[in-house]
Every structure is written in C-alpha cells, then in structure tokens.
Write a protein that binds this ligand. Structure first.
Ligand code: PBG
Length: 332
C-alpha cells in the first residue's frame, strides 16, 4: 500500500480532534440489531437464581422468563439463545432428555413463542446439557461416536423445530450433522427453519463458566478436543465452513469470539455468508469481574463487542446484550 502524506503536512490527530469528527469518520458501529442474548432456564417456580461464575447472569424458571424477555422486547433485541440447566437425575449416558417433548427447552419454546412471537429464538443442538458425562455426543467404546450422535441430534433438531424454534444451532461439532439436520427439517416441512452452524468452534477453556451455568462442569470427564477444534489451527476453518455451507447452513458461527478475531476476519473475507460470533462465558466473566473490581471501566464492554464487529461479524451472541442495548439509543 502506498503511504499517503507525511508529517507535518499530514497530521492524523486532525481527524480525532473532537467527538463529532470522530463520529463522522467512524467505520463501524454496534446496533441493537447485532445482538443475541443467551438465556438459561431451570426447573421450578418463581426462581431467578444468580450464577456464581457469571456475575449478573441468572437462571430463570419458566414463569419468571418474562422478567428478562420483557427487556429483550423493550430494547428490540432480535434474537435470544436458550440453554437449559437440567437436573442431574434427568441426565443419562445417551442424553435421552434431549428428546423429551416436555424438557425445559421445549416448554420454554412453547411459552416464549406464544407470548413473544416477535422475538427470534435459537436453540443449541448438542447433548451436553443432558448427558451424565457432559459430552456433546454419545460415548461408544470410549469414543464420542460421530454417526450415532447424529442420529440423536437430528431428532433433537426436529423436536425443537416442532416446538417453534426459529434457528437451529448445532454446537456439537460432529462431522456431517448440518446436512442430516437440513434433510430431516425439509422432509418434515420445516424448510423455513434456519440453521446457524457452530462451524468453527474451538476447544476452549473459556467455556468454563457456561458449563457451570448449565450444570455440566462437574460431570465433564476429559476435554472436548476430539471434536472441537485445536486452537493452534486456522486452515481447517475453510473445510469446516465450506462443508457446512454445502450441507445447507444459512449462517456460520465462530466461537469463542474475542480471542478469535483473526478467524472471524478470514471467514468474512473468504465466504459470502453471514458470520456471527459468540462472546463466550469466560470472555464475559473476565470483563464483568474487571468492571466490578474497577480494573476496567464500562466502556470496555462496547470495545469488546465492537472489535468483534470490526473483525467482520454481523451479529454477536453476548451476555452483555441488554447492557449494550441500553447504551444504544436507536436502531433502524
Ligand atoms: C455446548 C455449548 C457450550 C457453549 C455453548 N454451547 C459449551 C461447550 O461446548 O462445552 C459455550 C458458551 C459459553 O461459554 O458462553 N455445546
């Protein structure tokens, strides 16, 4: 690139001199339209239970969901992501509870779609909230068995679609599941249900607080490195994303978000498909604790989300969604 102008003729600070000129030339912005709020649901009645590892985030019993959903509605956040905290007694080796039409996710979907039809709802397709071992798939001969897991995942996806889920989000990282899910959805007349593929999901330490939130942390034996991606790599994103697009994904998710800005950017530049990113629980808690301890200021929240947007994401799943929406006054 040719360098244009040099000091003293060129003074770059001239474009930073006041807030209006900084606003005028700003290249990126965060709008309410860019936000997705994850919500944790639990059993019981009249419960809003704080999650220790995620300050400011709660688990809601069904009848208390309106407390958070009214805010989502008020601030016009387009979509929420639902996650269940399943009681231990309902977990087993095969994650059978995932296929129970009266599980927490199904009940929540019916509840939300009836009362808040204007809010988009996405649901994870993966078995980890339901398995006694905390893995996203079934274990056969000591291995997370890809093809046997897919057989269950497609049923889970179909059930969610029947309950009113708008966006199916396979987060399990099995090979080939997007195609199989698309097939079963289409066969059952759910051709308008979207698939947001967690195509690029790294085996990350930053999921720790989330696993605590859904109650899989203490259960999890060993790591998820045989199915989630190795954080030393980036080439394989082209195969992961390419395959999922071919199989019918509408949108691609990168996860975690903040630590993987290079990955978001590569996908944005190489594929013509919406890329979303997940600012995960560990990333959230680090910032939140920093603010609580006055090590960071409030603006660090916006900076973190904007960096993900600048990298190329069109939307961000973030536990800060409401905080950010409150700061943003307008949305188109
Ligand atoms: C489960 C799932 C995880 C997250 C979203 N879906 C955890 C994992 O894969 O172990 C993490 C989200 C977060 O950390 O905020 N498949």
């Amino acid at each position: 690139m040719k360098i244009i102008g040099s000091y003293p003729k060129s003074r770059l600070r001239r474009l930073r001199k006041t807030s209006w000129i900084r606003n005028l030339i700003s290249e990126n912005a965060v709008s309410k339209n860019d936000l997705i709020l994850p919500i944790f649901v639990r059993e019981g009645k009249n419960i809003i239970e704080p999650i220790k590892s995620m300050p400011g985030v709660n688990r809601y019993s069904l009848n208390k969901l309106p407390v958070i959903l009214n805010q989502v509605k008020k601030y016009k956040i387009p979509m929420i992501a639902l996650f269940p905290h399943t009681p231990n007694k309902k977990k087993d080796k095969f994650g059978n509870e995932a296929l129970n039409p009266n599980n927490l996710i199904c009940k929540s979907l019916r509840f939300i779609k009836k009362r808040y039809p204007q809010i988009g709802v996405m649901c994870d397709v993966a078995l980890d909230p339901y398995t006694s071992h905390g893995h996203d798939g079934v274990i056969i001969n000591n291995e997370i068995e890809n093809d046997e897991t897919i057989k269950i995942l497609v049923k889970q996806a179909l059930l969610q679609a029947k309950m009113g889920c708008d966006v199916i989000a396979p987060s399990d990282m099995m090979d080939g599941r997007v195609g199989e899910i698309r097939k079963i959805l289409d066969k059952n007349n759910f051709k308008n249900v979207n698939i947001l593929s967690y195509a690029v999901k790294y085996a990350s330490s930053f999921y720790g607080p989330f696993r605590d939130a859904v109650g899989s942390k203490s259960k999890l034996k060993k790591d998820k490195k045989t199915y989630q991606m190795d954080y030393r790599n980036s080439f394989e994103i082209f195969r992961e994303v390419g395959q999922d697009i071919k199989e019918g994904a509408d949108m691609i998710l990168v996860k975690p978000g903040m630590m993987y800005l290079d990955i978001i950017n590569k996908i944005k530049n190489n594929f013509k498909i919406p890329v979303l990113a997940y600012q995960v629980s560990g990333e959230y808690s680090l910032i939140k604790n920093g603010i609580k301890k006055k090590i960071l200021n409030e603006e660090s929240i916006m900076e973190s989300i904007l960096s993900i947007k600048r990298a190329g994401a069109c939307a961000v799943i973030t536990y800060f969604a409401i905080d950010i929406a409150k700061k943003i006054k307008t949305s188109i």
